[in-house]
Write a protein that binds this ligand. Structure first.
Ligand SMILES: [Zn+2]
Ligand SMILES: [Zn+2]
Length: 280
């Protein structure tokens, strides 16, 4: 059983629920560990059309609330059944054009862990359907996938994050094209280079149920990447990437069976930047 959900969002970015509502959902799911991992504030010049508020404005109050809950949950640990231990992580937007900004944003709060999320290739937000319209030629799409994994290799090699999020998130709006690219001879090598960088820096790979809630109903990452990760003996981390209370810990039974089918038996969480292994 997966007892930790360490990837979630709240109304501080584009989630639909507050910190306390998400925590109540984690309690209802009987999780032993619950990690908040709001997006990092974006640097000047970047914006996400999905965000309701400006994270540079909303983050301090959000962080204060999570830190108070974390303290409360630590003092209850073990003697208050039904209270998950709260962690504070952050999903860092990997934007290698702005390294000083990234270093600054992760040093700002006492995070338990940092998840590196790649959402932009250059200035293209790859999770937006608007970027995958019919006017985008196949060659351009494939070049985008190549670039995506090249940038992700830098993320994995940086050693700046504990977890690499949703390793094939780019498929979200273009699943079939991504599968065609994946079948090309060089694609596996590109992805293997990313996973080898994760192994070299001892960075965990996220296995996320968010993809199971999409029309293609496939976790992030899909089977080909899971196989490579298993062969390399990578460490994994589970998350739902929930943006509302209902998706908290969603499909975790299915997700555990999926990971187990590739031989994984344990996952990792970070508590005060210290790594802990959990059986599932
Ligand atoms: Zn993400
Ligand atoms: Zn996320």
């Amino acid at each position: 059983m997966i007892c930790a959900d360490v990837h979630n969002h709240t109304i501080a970015s584009h989630g639909l629920a507050t910190v306390s509502e998400m925590f109540a959902a984690a309690r209802a799911r009987n999780l032993a560990w619950y990690g908040f991992s709001e997006h990092s504030p974006l640097p000047p010049g970047y914006s996400c059309p999905l965000y309701k508020g400006d994270l540079a404005v909303t983050f301090p109050a959000y962080a204060a609330e999570v830190m108070a809950l974390r303290e409360q949950s630590a003092s209850h640990a073990g003697n208050r059944p039904g209270w998950p231990r709260v962690l504070m992580g952050m999903e860092l937007d990997w934007l290698p054009v702005n390294m000083p900004w990234m270093r600054d944003v992760i040093s700002h709060y006492p995070f338990d862990y940092i998840i590196g999320g790649l959402h932009f290739v250059g200035d293209v937000p790859v999770g937006s359907p608007r970027c995958w319209g019919p006017e985008v030629e196949r060659a351009e799409r494939f070049a985008r996938y190549d670039a995506y994994y090249e940038i992700m290799r830098g993320l994995a090699a940086s050693g700046m994050v504990d977890v690499v999020a949703h390793p094939d998130f780019i498929k979200v709006c273009c699943y079939d094209d991504f599968q065609s690219w994946l079948a090309l001879p060089g694609s596996t090598d590109r992805i293997a280079a990313v996973l080898e960088a994760m192994r070299a820096t001892d960075t965990a790979m996220e296995v996320s149920s968010a993809g199971l809630r999409k029309p293609f109903q496939e976790p992030y990452p899909g089977p080909a990447i899971m196989r490579l990760a298993a062969d390399l003996g990578l460490t994994i981390s589970f998350g739902s990437d929930a943006h509302n209370t209902e998706d908290t810990g969603s499909h975790f039974g299915e997700l555990a069976a999926y990971a187990a089918s590739y031989g994984f038996t344990r996952s990792r969480i970070c508590v005060g930047r210290e790594r802990r292994v959990l059986d599932f």
